[in-house]
Structure formats: structure tokens, C-alpha cells
Design a protein around this ligand. Structure first.
Ligand SMILES: [Zn+2]
Length: 481
């Protein structure tokens, strides 16, 4: 039985959450949530000075935002409003992160530009979406690991779950990597601000949560096979039921129902906390995210922008649901020839390099992917006994994970009701069939983290024909390419 208090977890009650986690079996696997406060509610931003005051007696605030104007439900420009509120008690410097093409990326270079404004500052207030949040977390953390500047984040859209975790997704040499950073000390989600965000942004947060039905099972699978660590059921138990309710309310979300937007704010924030509890993004980022990461990596060569993270993840999430449905209903462990499941590094290196070499002239992306992939390959070889035991006990594994997955048809149906894009070709920066197919075929070659796709690759199931079958099944749901 799942602890009832976990099922109804409330992101704004951090002390209570801490207590519940402490009481879970194997609580030693769960990390502390390093946040002081999460405020979700109407007019929450009006207490911005109190938030700063709770973190520092200092008087100088650095406000960091992107270049785009944002208004609340009453049409007020929120950045200017927050600046005015802060100026009632603080000296405020406002730094706007910009790039020549108008799209701000999560790069160490942008973080360094924020850091240039740190001297003399007592508190950083970041206002914006996932990119600004990740940049502020990374900039403050890398400037001083031990004692980073206090950080308040005002979240302007329910676009991703990453506001309430202690990592940042950064672009290094054009490759997306999730790196450890820090939590915002205080997170403010003003429902009058996120309620006025473009609907496609809030649908993006809903989309990020589609990973709830694939990432935790990838995480569990990796742990069973000795390829991951620290699996615990509590981080996902904390959000699964509320995610289920959100799926049931998909049409209401599309209609902008304020209650459902409030529910989305809570569960999305909990999803961020689930990654912090695990001290890795695995509870909310599995095979669906890695497919999406490859599409992002290709965007530069394709001279196109990066799609809303969650909407792209959700399209990939339908694919991952199809893959898991295959594993649980069609995969035959008895047909596996164990000795054929272990390609050598010499065999894999050219495959990994060929998959990513076209991304840049310097081979930087290919080298970065190979350096990460070879660790996974070595670990796979080292844990052969665990794989053998997995095949022998496959029914037991299936019984454990069955309640954690959903049928792809159901997910696609909910996404249609939510007005969430279900095809790569209709994302805000449309992804062509060739790029999407490349991303699906090669996503397992990108990073160290193990997923169901690695299992299918090593057992000889994963190839271009198999990917085509996924595409065809998705197409039957009016989804996929
Ligand atoms: Zn995500």
C-alpha cells in the first residue's frame, strides 16, 4: 500500500513532505530537499520583498530575466511590477539576458554573463521560464559551490518541472547535459502570472509530466540491471495519482480551468522535487527525454529554434509508452541469446561517432557522446549476471512495473483532449521526419543513463524496422511524425 500522505502530497508544505520522506522504508536513499519555501497561489508575487528578507539582511538585489515581455491576468507587465515592488525596500539592478537571435540558451557563457553582475549583490531574483531558472541556479552555484548567493525564482509559466530541483540542463559544446547545480531557496508560482502564460507553455508542463509513465520504469529497470542506483518508489508515488487526475482533466486544462492550472502547478513542482529527492533526474527523465534531447541537439544544424521542452518530450513520451508496451507484452526473454548481447567498445565507437558526427565540424558532440556512452557500455558488460537474473525473473519484473505504465493509446487520447501537439511535425518549431527518425534511432547512443531502449538494442530488437513499427503505431493514434 502506498502511504496516503504521499498520494496527496502538497508542494507548498515542505516540512510535512520532509517528515513523510523520513518515515519511508529505506529513507536513507532519499536526499533532503534544499529549499526554504515554495509559494503557489494568487497574488503570491506581492510578497517578493518578504522572500528576499527571509534569505538575507542585505539590501542589493540582482534581478535576472529574459528579453520577452510577460503580463499577468490583469494585463500588468510583471517584470516591471516586480522591480517596482522590490524597489520599495531594495536597491535593484536588472540584467536582461539576450542573444542575437532572440532565443536565450542555457549555456555556460550566459551563466558567466550573469556572474559578472554578482559583485556587491546580496540576493538574486530570477524571473522567467526554465531557461532563466536553470541559468540562475547554475550561475549562482558555480560562482560559489559552498555558499551560493540566495536565489528566489518567480516562475512565469508551468512549462517544465525543473524549477524545483537542484540541477540545470546546460548546453556544453552543443550537447545537452543535466548537471548538478542548486535549488532556488524560494520558488514563487503566482497563479495570476502562470494563468496568463500562453496556453502552449502550460501544455508544455503537462507534457513534461507525460514522462511520469516511462521515466520511473526506465529508472527501475536500470537499477534492476545494475546500471543505475538509488531507486526508490517514493519520488514517483508522490506524483503518480495526481498525474493521473491531471490526465483525466485534460479537456479542462485545454479550457484554461483555473483549478486544473493550480493542480498542474502543484504536481509539476512535486515532479521537480522528485528529482531532487533522488539527486538525479531519473524519476522524471528517461528514454522520452533523451529522444527529445537529440532533436534539440540537431536544431542548430537545422537552423531552427528549440521547441517547448515539455511538448516535445510528450510526443516522445507516446513513443516511449509504445516501447514499454512492447517490452511488457511482446518481448520474449527466452528468445534472448545472452552471448550476443555484449558488443565491444571497438564495435560501438564508430556507431556512436557516426550518429553524431554531422552535428558539428569539430567532432565535439560525437566525442562528448562517446565519452559518456562508453561508461554505460562498460557497466553493461560488468553486470551480465544481473541481466541473466532479469531474464530468468522477467514475470516478476513485469508484475512490479505494470501499475507504473499506461497504454500509449490512452496517453495520446488525453494529449489530444489537452490540445497538446502529438506529432513532431506540428511542434512550435516543426521537426521533420528525417530528424525525428534519426533521434529515435540513435537516442540510446547519447548518454550514460540506461533505458528500455538500451535493453532492446543489446538484445537485437532495436533497429530501423522496429523504429518504423513504433512510428506506424503512433500514426494510428494520430501521433508520432
Ligand atoms: Zn523535462
Amino acid at each position: 500500500m502506498i502511504d496516503e500522505r504521499l498520494i496527496r502530497a502538497d508542494a507548498t508544505k515542505l516540512d510535512e513532505l520532509h517528515e513523510i520522506m523520513q518515515e519511508q522504508p529505506h529513507a536513507e536513499l532519499l536526499c533532503d530537499i534544499g529549499m526554504k519555501e515554495i509559494n503557489i497561489g494568487h497574488k503570491a508575487v506581492e510578497k517578493i520583498c518578504d522572500a528576499v528578507k527571509a534569505l538575507t539582511p542585505g539590501k542589493k538585489v540582482l534581478m535576472v530575466s529574459g528579453p520577452v515581455a510577460i503580463v499577468d491576468t490583469e494585463g500588468r507587465k510583471i517584470k516591471e511590477r516586480i522591480k517596482a515592488l522590490l524597489e520599495q525596500e531594495y536597491e535593484v539592478e536588472w540584467f536582461v539576458v539576450t542573444e542575437p537571435d532572440g532565443i536565450v540558451h542555457c549555456t555556460p557563457e550566459n551563466a558567466a554573463r550573469i556572474q559578472e553582475h554578482f559583485p556587491g549583490v546580496d540576493c538574486v531574483v530570477g524571473i522567467g521560464g526554465g531557461t532563466i531558472c536553470d541559468l540562475c541556479k547554475y550561475a549562482t552555484y558555480t560562482a560559489n559551490h559552498e555558499n551560493p548567493l540566495p536565489l528566489v525564482i518567480v516562475q512565469t509559466a508551468l512549462s517544465v518541472n525543473a524549477f524545483s530541483d537542484n540541477s540545470s540542463v546546460m548546453l556544453f559544446s552543443g550537447v545537452k547535459r543535466t548537471v548538478h547545480s542548486r535549488y532556488p531557496a524560494i520558488l514563487i508560482i503566482d497563479l495570476d502570472i502562470v494563468g496568463a502564460a500562453p496556453p502552449e507553455m502550460n501544455v508544455s508542463g503537462y507534457g513534461d509530466l507525460i514522462a511520469t509513465w516511462t521515466a520511473p520504469v526506465d529508472w527501475y529497470l536500470g537499477n534492476v540491471l545494475g546500471m543505475g542506483k538509488n531507486f526508490h518508489t517514493a519520488p514517483s508515488d508522490m506524483i503518480r495519482t495526481q498525474c493521473e487526475e491531471l490526465l483525466e482533466n485534460s479537456s479542462k486544462l485545454a479550457a484554461g480551468d483555473p483549478k486544473v492550472i493550480g493542480d498542474l502547478a502543484n504536481v509539476l513542482t512535486l515532479s521537480g522535487l522528485s528529482m531532487g529527492l533522488a539527486d538525479e533526474s531519473s524519476p522524471a527523465s528517461g528514454s522520452e527525454h533523451v529522444m527529445s534531447h537529440l532533436i534539440d541537439m540537431a536544431s542548430k544544424v537545422r537552423h531552427t529554434g528549440i521547441c517547448y521542452h515539455g511538448t516535445q518530450v510528450a510526443v516522445s513520451g507516446i513513443n516511449s509508452c509504445i516501447i514499454w508496451d512492447y517490452l511488457l507484452n511482446e518481448f520474449d526473454p527466452k528468445a534472448v541469446d545472452l552471448d550476443k548481447c555484449y558488443p565491444t567498445a571497438e564495435e560501438m565507437e564508430p556507431k556512436v561517432k557516426a550518429a553524431f558526427d554531422w552535428l558539428d565540424d569539430t567532432h565535439a558532440a560525437a566525442n562528448e557522446c562517446w565519452s559518456d556512452y562508453q561508461k554505460k557500455l562498460a557497466k553493461w558488460h560488468a553486470n551480465k549476471e544481473k541481466f541473466k537474473a532479469f531474464l530468468d525473473n522477467f514475470d516478476e519484473f513485469k508484475a512490479t512495473v505494470a501499475p507504473w505504465v499506461k497504454k500509449p493509446e490512452y496517453i495520446a487520447d488525453c494529449m489530444h483532449k489537452a490540445n497538446a501537439p502529438c506529432r513532431y511535425s506540428v511542434l512550435n518549431f516543426p521537426v521533420d521526419a528525417k530528424t525525428a527518425t534519426w533521434a529515435m534511432n540513435n537516442c540510446h547512443l547519447m548518454r550514460n543513463r540506461f533505458s528500455v531502449i538500451d535493453l532492446l538494442f543489446y538484445t537485437g530488437v532495436w533497429n530501423e524496422d522496429f523504429v518504423q513499427k513504433i512510428i506506424d503505431r503512433a500514426d494510428s493514434m494520430d501521433a508520432g511524425l
